[in-house]
Design a protein around this ligand. Sequence first.
Ligand SMILES: *Cc1c(COP(=O)(O)O)cnc(C)c1O
Length: 341
Amino acid sequence: MEINLVSDTVTKPTQEMLVQMFQAKVGDDVYKQDPTVIELEAKVADYFGMEAALFFPSGTMANQTAIKLHTQPGEQLIADKWAHVYNYEGGGVSFNSGVSCCLLDGNRGMITANQVAGAINDPEFYHSPLTSLVCVENTTNKGGGACYDFEEFRKIRKVCDTNNLKFHLDGARIWNALVVTKDDPKEYGKVFDTISVCLSKGLGAPIGSLLLSDKETIHRALRIRKILGGGMRQVGYLAAAGLYALEHNIDRLSEDHRRAKELGNVLQKLDWVAKVEPIETNILIFSVQPTINENGLIDQLKQKGISISSMGHGKLRIVTHLDYREVMHSYVMETLEKLIL
Ligand SMILES: *Cc1c(COP(=O)(O)O)cnc(C)c1O
C-alpha cells in the first residue's frame, strides 16, 4: 500500500471524473469559445458572489495575475511572513510585478487589521514604497491549514478602504475553510477585490485554478494571463474535471479534516512527539523531540509505505486528501503507534 500524505495535490482523477472529462464540449478558450470553461467560470464566480472569473493553469499564475492587476512597479504589498505569494511563487512578486513585500509576523499565517494598519507606508512620504495591496491566505498553507474568523476580513477591508488599498485572497484551500467555518461564500465576494481558488488541492481535480473579481478587472486579467503564457485552447476537458469536483468533492472535505484530527490525537500521545499544532482542516504540522532525527523518521515511514514531508527545524507535515481512504488511515494510525524511534 502506497500512502502519500505529502500534499493534497497528489490525488488522481477518479473514473467518474475521467468520464465527465471525456464527454466535455470544448472550443478555443483563447477566443472564449470553450463552453465548459465558460460554464465553470460562471459557476465559481456566482458561488462567491463575484461578477466574473477566469480559468488558470495554476494557483500561482492566478495569484501573480492578481498582484499584477493591483500594483505598479516599485509599490509594496502587505502579507504574512509565511504567505505563499512570498515564499512559494519563485519570487514572482518581484519578477512579474516589480513589487516588494512588507511581511507581518502573524499567527499561524494569519494577520490582523491592526497589523495591516500599522504596516502601511505614508503615501505622502515618497521615500518609501507606496503600499497598494494586502494579500491574505485562507486556509493558510504554512500556517497548518488555519482558518480566519471572517470578521477579521471585514476589518481589514475597512483598513483597505480608508487607505486606498486593494485586497486579495489566496483561496487555494478556501473550500476547506468554508466546510469548517460554514461562512457564506457570497460574503467573500463582498469583501475582496480578487479571489484565487484551486481545484487541484482538496477537490481532487488534476489541474486548474480560477481568479474571481468584477467584470472589468477580469477583462484586464485576460491580458495578463496571456502575457504570462496562460492562455489555453481546448481546455474544457480540464474545466470538466473542475465542474465534477465542485459537484462531488466539497462536502466530503470534512472527512479529510476528521482524519487529520484523528492522526493528531494519535501523535499527541507518542513520547517522541514534542508538539502537535492545532488542527482545523486537512493539514497537520507536528514537531519531534530534539533527540529524534526527523529524516530517520521519514525514512522509517517510507519503508512502511507512508510518505510525509519535513518542513525543517524538526517540524513535519501530514496532509490528508481524497485518495487517503479509511483502510489507509487505520494502517497509518497503527503504524505510528507501533513506531520505535
Ligand atoms: C497550492 C497553493 C497555491 C497554488 O499553487 P500552484 O502549485 O501554483 O497550484 C497558492 N496558494 C497556496 C496557499 C497554496 O497552498
